[in-house]
Design a protein around this ligand. Structure first.
Ligand code: AMP
Ligand code: MG
Length: 498
């Protein structure tokens, strides 16, 4: 049976709820039309998951909607208001400056999902920006968000990318594009901060109720649902950041406006998956102090959650001191939650059976990776292969990790531990294979795909998308997509999508 309730000959069956919140939550406006919409890609599988007809999306009428040139029936387009701490500095008003929420759809699992155009023209929140996006960031977000999802890490999704046929002025002129982003919700820590900054307690209550109902409905069963909401977001963010760490992902711009209350990865600006491992690695061209370096991500997340908790103090229904105490306790659960999630992530990556005494094996391996500057993804995948070889290949692996005693000692400690676990090697290998991807969205390939697309050739973009949506499948290690970049190909910096 088709799980989508009805199949109607309409582009979207919108069912909007955010637009029913008071008008101070958003600005209603239509996207700005573009000169010459051209389809780059519709994510057909996601379309089906959303109960949409991919053929209709690919038609001229569909592309016109995805470019912002036509508004489908039932859409109530709006730009959401939010604020945020950017690199620790407070900005009382940000908001969707280049994005417009078209509406919400109910997917095949009954889950409400936002459909948003990104790069769709200026809004009242654009400040000095043009409201547009160029092809590069649109392609980057499309590829990385879809790869993230395929890796099993919660993420906003990409339903489509279209070219606008208009130039966008950045450090030079680039072709413009619009991304259709899908999210469980676009409410951010910064959305709550926006109302706290205005001392709008009524709005905070409405927003909290809305967020619980939509994103964390089981919090209604808590004795104090607002506290329940905080606890769930702390837990969800701890798991999310642990999953990033397990994939070698650096978000790059963990500002509070980029922290989703749906606990999905959002905003793929200056992000990157690491090639060679170093815990202090930074990619973002604007992160001069390394605030959002790889190893800082857990503590930054903790800080962001403290900002969220602050917004809930007036609506916890407690006196000031009690409110501060329960909120602080909830936020300080982060460390334990994160550590637990992190240990689970790396236990699986190392093929260990139980969460016991694993810390030194995990940190020992990461230390070897850092010292030898080994490729994070290749090293874990090669380790996966060693599980079934009974010692063959160990020498080559030790050489890969720098060829010293430390590497050899670590490998024998690991083997000893596997012996104690008493799991069949084939089972262990299957588990490790499903947590250690062969493929990650490597930056140098994204850059190549962007360069080629700017010159009019989208083949590599399509090829990468196909490969990265099956990251755990076997790929020959000599494959262009599995190999780390050569010296000349290394990308050291990534830029915001502005
Ligand atoms: P981000 O760095 O993507 O998190 O964006 C931070 C803020 O800048 C958000 O309010 C964005 O909507 C806004 N912004 C980013 N790029 C543009 C642009 N090209 N035009 C207008 N607003 C933008
Ligand atoms: Mg953002």
């Amino acid at each position: 049976m088709n799980p989508c309730r009805t199949v109607r000959p309409r582009l979207f069956n919108f069912s909007n709820s955010y637009s029913e919140l008071p008008e101070r939550f958003y600005a209603r406006l239509r996207p700005t039309s573009v000169a010459k919409p051209g389809l780059i890609k519709v994510n057909r599988k996601l379309a089906e998951e959303l109960c949409l007809d991919p053929d209709m999306l690919e038609s001229n009428a569909g592309v016109a909607v995805l470019a912002g040139n036509s508004i489908p029936d039932g859409a109530v387009p709006l730009a959401m208001a939010y604020a945020g701490h950017q690199f620790g500095g407070w900005v009382p008003q940000l908001g969707d400056g280049r994005a417009i929420l078209l509406g919400e759809v109910i997917d095949q699992n009954g889950v409400r999902r936002d459909v948003q155009l990104k790069g769709s023209g200026p809004t009242p929140f654009s400040r000095m920006g043009d409201g547009r996006a160029w092809l590069g960031p649109v392609m980057r977000e499309y590829l990385v968000s879809e790869a993230m999802h395929a890796l099993g890490i919660p993420s906003t999704r990409s339903l489509a990318a279209v070219a606008t046929g208009e130039p966008v002025q950045r450090e030079r002129v680039y072709p413009g594009a619009v991304l259709t982003r899908v999210a469980k919700g676009h409410i951010r820590v910064g959305t709550f901060q926006y109302f706290l900054a205005r001392n709008d307690i009524e709005a905070l209550r409405l927003l909290a109720d809305y967020t619980i109902a939509r994103l964390h409905p089981d919090a209604f069963n808590s004795e104090n649902p607002i506290l329940g909401l905080l606890e769930r977001v702390v837990d969800g963010q701890a798991r999310l950041v642990a999953a990033w760490m397990g994939a070698g992902f650096i978000h790059g711009v963990m500002n509070t406006d980029n922290v989703s209350l749906a606990c999905e990865t959002i905003d793929f600006g200056p992000c990157a998956f690491m090639d060679n491992f170093h815990p202090h690695k930074v990619f973002s061209s604007i992160d001069h102090a390394g605030r959002y370096a790889f190893s800082n991500q857990p503590s930054v997340c903790h800080w962001n959650l403290a900002q969220f908790a602050t917004t809930l103090l007036p609506i916890l229904g407690l006196g000031k001191e009690d409110a501060i105490k329960v909120a602080t306790d909830a936020v300080n659960q982060f460390e334990d939650r994160f550590t637990e999630a992190w240990l689970t992530v790396f236990r699986r990556k190392l093929g260990l059976a139980v969460n016991k005494n694993n810390e030194s094996l995990i940190s020992g391996f990461l230390k070897l990776l850092a010292e030898s500057e080994a490729d994070f993804t290749v090293a874990f995948r090669r380790l996966t292969e060693l599980t079934a070889t009974g010692g063959k290949g160990d020498d080559a692996f030790v050489a890969y990790l720098g060829g010293n005693h430390a590497a050899r000692d670590w490998l024998s400690a690991w083997r000893q531990r596997l012996g104690q676990d008493r799991r069949p090697a084939s089972f262990r290998q299957r588990v490790m294979n499903s947590y250690n991807p062969a493929l990650i969205p490597r930056n140098h390939l994204i850059e190549q795909a962007i360069d080629e697309a700017v010159a009019g050739n989208f083949q590599l973009f399509h090829d990468l998308d196909r490969a990265w949506t099956a990251p755990y499948s076997d790929h020959p290690q000599s494959d262009r997509f599995t190999l780390p970049p050569t010296q000349e190909e290394v990308v050291c910096r990534t830029f915001c999508g502005t």
